[in-house]
Ligand binder design. Sequence first.
Ligand code: C5P
Length: 305
Amino acid sequence: MDEVRVAAPAKINLCLCVGPVRPDGYHPLATVYQAIGLYDEVVLRRSTGRSVTVTGQPGTGPTGVPSGPGNLAWRALDVLGAHHRTRLEAAIEIRKRIPVAGGLAGGSADAAAALVGADALFQLRTPLPELVQLATRLGSDVPFCLLGGTALGTGRGELVTPVDIRGDYWWVVLTDPAGLPTPAVYAEFDRLTAGRPVSAPEIPEELLAALAAGDPKRLGAALVNDLQPAALSFRPELGRLIDAGLEASAHGALVTGSGPTVVLACGSAEHAEHVDRTLQREHGTDPAVIASGHVRGARVVGAAA
Ligand code: C5P
């Protein structure tokens, strides 16, 4: 096999509960991740040297995504190679569709895809728990990007436990061409919470009950993101977008991750299309991405000799 193609889904956070900053600069999290049907495509080809190139569709980047050694996908090959005591060389092409710095873990998804893709290309057969362990060294969201589906995230987000859910979940994903840097949003969270106690993060019981019941309406009412006020201090207009989404009959609305992407909870593809059309008509928004929830994590979708 000389080439593999990997589908790398974006993630959203159905809840993102954030505790007080730790001595290492990270924040303890209690989050529920969900992988959604919005994908980057990552192609790995056997090569005598290593390279990372990034191509993107208009409006979604490649702005800000480093090619070459600065890309997390490059580091993924370092980490996987070191684990097998070998050097892995491949030409990696990242076809971006997930907005950059959007709170959708696009960079982490590409890193997870590079791990899975290199493992297949070089027939390393690394067991999934070992890949997940390697992923923790690449970034807090990378283990979830390997797993996909819906999962609890604790620690700094890297400790993931799958959640069995029922029902269909559909999301109107309102992307934003200008991203927000994650460290700046966490720093703003620290500033906004300075001088008052921040409790240890806990996943709301009601959110898990809604997922177990398969009830998107109930889920919509339980969505929560402690980073949202920090994201809104950079981008107050997102608050109006959230209100507009709720007026347009979405079951719930929130900033995902550190933003600025806003997601609106819907019960079906038709409901999501209706909400999107209403926002375009009444608020002049650009057409949104409509994505189903609970898709599989980064996985090989094609190979060529
Ligand atoms: O883990 P990752 O490299 O994706 O994190 C990027 C940045 O986001 C960190 O350097 C830190 O500023 C912030 N972060 C945090 N607490 C977390 C996860 C990320 O403060 N749990």
